[in-house]
Design a protein around this ligand. Structure first.
Ligand SMILES: C[S@@+](CC[C@H](N)C(=O)[O-])C[C@H]1O[C@@H](n2cnc3c(N)ncnc32)[C@H](O)[C@@H]1O
Length: 379
């Protein structure tokens, strides 16, 4: 039985599971940063088009537990009908990842895979390459979680968080799938105004608008499976047509502020590329200018947690944020930061936090103690 596997960032597997189910996928297993679900022709295209949370969608070519030596691995790789999936002359790249497994040397695993596949294919025209982002390739991922081994074929190509709208970024831009996770973990119900006072490239607001408008996030990119000779391209065409029909035309109130005018101007290009610039109010604003105001909106934000500019004091900035949040009872707020001092002062009964990773950096996603609200209308 064929299976699909969606990889995610850590600690948001429940969101990814929910979006797979929403698209009709039947979950088989949820593990650390990977969700396995049953294969359907249309689902391969649909999840690639609709996943806001996933990293890459893979076809599971083989899986087996208790792979604890290279002979077992060689047998597993040799057992795959490679010619069924990989076109001749396609550059092939293999990546290995191991977590707490007996076979822990990733280069050695890659070597065994290559030996097995050469023996099976027995044909000199197959090309094996090392990492190279500039060319199209078939990417095989060998994943060991303890001794459970999965051999996966990447259907997405580039990671799904690369939606294609982000043409301008600054230091520490948040990944698109993390930004989507923040919106879905928040209690923003789309109706009240949403506001990011430290918007940088605007990723959180663009993802929020796409969720509110039920806009599939794929629009500006292609996928590796579009080149699969054995996959019917009609599925993708139909899924794209369906996705466009599902978009809502409703308008929302979105406020996009940053203290840097140049960042605002350049980041507008991202909103334009995403086709959402008409729905956003862009303004150059320093947080200091309105930190004494009373507002009753929703904030989802990613303030700086180290400083590029010498004239600013990070402790002072966080004290202002802290006072502002405490003085605005009607404000709903959700803030991701890895700033440790703030973590310390917020470590009270009033607030909760949730651990997340921004790239390799451990962060906390802070909020007041609202009821846990995963969005029911996740699409
Ligand atoms: C970590 S970045 C935000 C990254 C954003 N989430 C993204 O994906 O690009 C923080 C942003 O806060 C802005 N900033 C720093 N101090 C500020 C202040 N006092 N008022 C308003 N914006 C500020 C910076 O210019 C920067 O763009």
């Amino acid at each position: 039985m064929l299976k699909l596997a969606l990889t995610t960032i850590a600690w948001v597997e429940s969101l990814a599971k929910k979006e797979i189910e929403k698209q009709g996928g039947k979950i088989i297993e949820v593990k650390d940063r990977i969700i396995l679900f049953s294969w359907e022709d249309t689902l391969l295209a649909r999840i690639n088009l609709w996943s806001r949370i996933g990293n890459k969608l893979y076809l599971v070519l083989k899986e087996k537990d208790s792979i604890s030596n290279f002979d077992n691995l060689y047998a597993l790789v040799s057992n795959i009908d490679w010619k069924k999936y990989i076109p001749k002359n396609a550059p092939i790249i293999v990546n290995a990842k191991t977590i707490k497994s007996d076979l822990s040397s990733e280069p050695a695993i890659q070597k065994i895979w290559k030996k097995a596949i050469i023996d099976v294919l027995n044909d000199k025209s197959w090309k094996f390459i090392r990492e190279d982002d500039s060319i199209e390739k078939c990417e095989i991922q060998i994943l060991f979680q303890e001794n459970d081994c999965k051999i996966l074929l990447n259907s997405s190509g580039e990671a799904l968080h690369k939606r294609g709208y982000r043409i301008m970024t600054w230091e520490a831009p948040i990944k698109e799938n993390l930004a989507s996770s923040l919106v879905l973990l928040s209690n923003w119900r789309f109706q009240e105004a949403l506001y990011d006072p430290f918007c940088g490239s605007g990723t959180i607001l663009i993802e929020a608008l796409m969720i509110a408008k039920n806009k599939a996030p794929w629009a500006k990119r292609n996928f590796a499976f579009e080149k699969w000779f054995w996959y019917d391209k009609e599925f993708l065409k139909k899924e794209k047509e369906e996705a466009i029909k599902k978009e809502y035309t409703q308008k929302y109130q979105i406020f996009w502020y940053d203290k840097d005018a140049e960042i605002i101007e350049k980041a507008k290009l991202n909103a334009i590329k995403a086709g959402l610039e008409n729905e956003i109010i862009f303004e150059k604003k320093d947080f200091t200018d309105f930190s004494k105001e009373k507002i009753a909106w929703t904030i989802i934000s990613n303030p700086p947690y180290w400083l590029r500019l010498k004239d600013e004091n990070i402790d002072e900035l966080y004290k202002k944020i802290d006072n502002f949040l405490k003085n605005n009872d009607e404000l709903s707020w959700w803030i991701i930061s890895s700033y440790q001092w703030w973590n310390f002062i917020l470590n009270s009964q009033e607030y909760k936090n949730r651990k997340l990773y921004n790239g390799n950096e451990l962060c906390y996603f802070y909020s007041k103690k609202y009821e846990q609200t995963f969005k029911k209308n996740l699409q």
